[in-house]
Ligand binder design. Sequence first.
Ligand SMILES: NC(=O)c1ccc[n+]([C@@H]2O[C@H](COP(=O)([O-])OP(=O)(O)OC[C@H]3O[C@@H](n4cnc5c(N)ncnc54)[C@H](OP(=O)(O)O)[C@@H]3O)[C@@H](O)[C@H]2O)c1
Length: 262
Amino acid sequence: MTAADAVDIGGGVRMPLLGLGTWQARGRAAHDAVVTALHVGYRHVDTATAYRNEDRIGDAIADSGVPREDIFVTTKLPPDRAGRERATLEESLSSLRLDHVDLWLIHWPPRGGARPDVWERMLALHEEGLARAVGVSNYSVEQLDELHSATGRMPAVNQIEWAPALHDPRVLDAHVRRGVQLEGYSPLRSTSLRDSGLRRIAEAHGVSPAQVVIRWHLEHGIVVIPKSTHAERIAENADVFGFRLAPDEVAELDALHGARRD
Ligand SMILES: NC(=O)c1ccc[n+]([C@@H]2O[C@H](COP(=O)([O-])OP(=O)(O)OC[C@H]3O[C@@H](n4cnc5c(N)ncnc54)[C@H](OP(=O)(O)O)[C@@H]3O)[C@@H](O)[C@H]2O)c1
């Protein structure tokens, strides 16, 4: 396995299992993080209109020398732009200096609702080729079903907060059964990296607790997008393809569900 290893999310689109998160990365730091990530092997970058860094990410992609078609770029529609989908996506593409994104997500359910009308308009822009795949973020399983029953189309991806401390096998299984790729955000912030069991597993493999958490997502087939603006951590977080967790180690981490975060 490598950082470019990918899952099929439908329509012939392959989504790399590991991506770089960029929330709170701004300015030069955002640019340099993306260039570093692409140089150490990442092929997937996660941004959003709300992160206000799409222009820096666009510059970084252009500066990296990595061919555009080798990079999977996700951005997201802010819920308060519901009704202005086309203009918002066009602004994202202009900032990113791209003619399409690989994945476009509804960032949060607008005013808490699933909003099939927003989903319909996103599907239309997908059909036009402006986004190779479309999906949602922070949606419940019930809201996924609401979109599907209204339009006959399931989101390709649901990006939700996920980590050992948040692990819910029923929710994961509900996504798998619907053919919706689960993408986990805040993998490191949502679990205590000081947990004693996590540290013991990390020591056994000669890796860091952060690497174990990222590897745990991969063992479950969950796309994971750790964020860092530090070059050494960006490289560390991608260096997770030289070891595997044993089934009992995965089970031990699964059981951190509900563990206190710090
Ligand atoms: N859809 C949504 O609503 C939503 C919400 C939140 C996040 N996201 C996406 O998911 C991405 C990841 O989530 P996140 O940024 O909330 O949190 P995260 O990736 O879990 O954690 C990021 C934090 O961990 C630190 N860190 C990175 N690598 C580390 C390592 N190897 N050891 C110790 N600490 C490390 C980072 O610090 P440094 O940067 O200083 O290294 C940063 O403070 C975001 O960047 C964003 O792209 C989406």
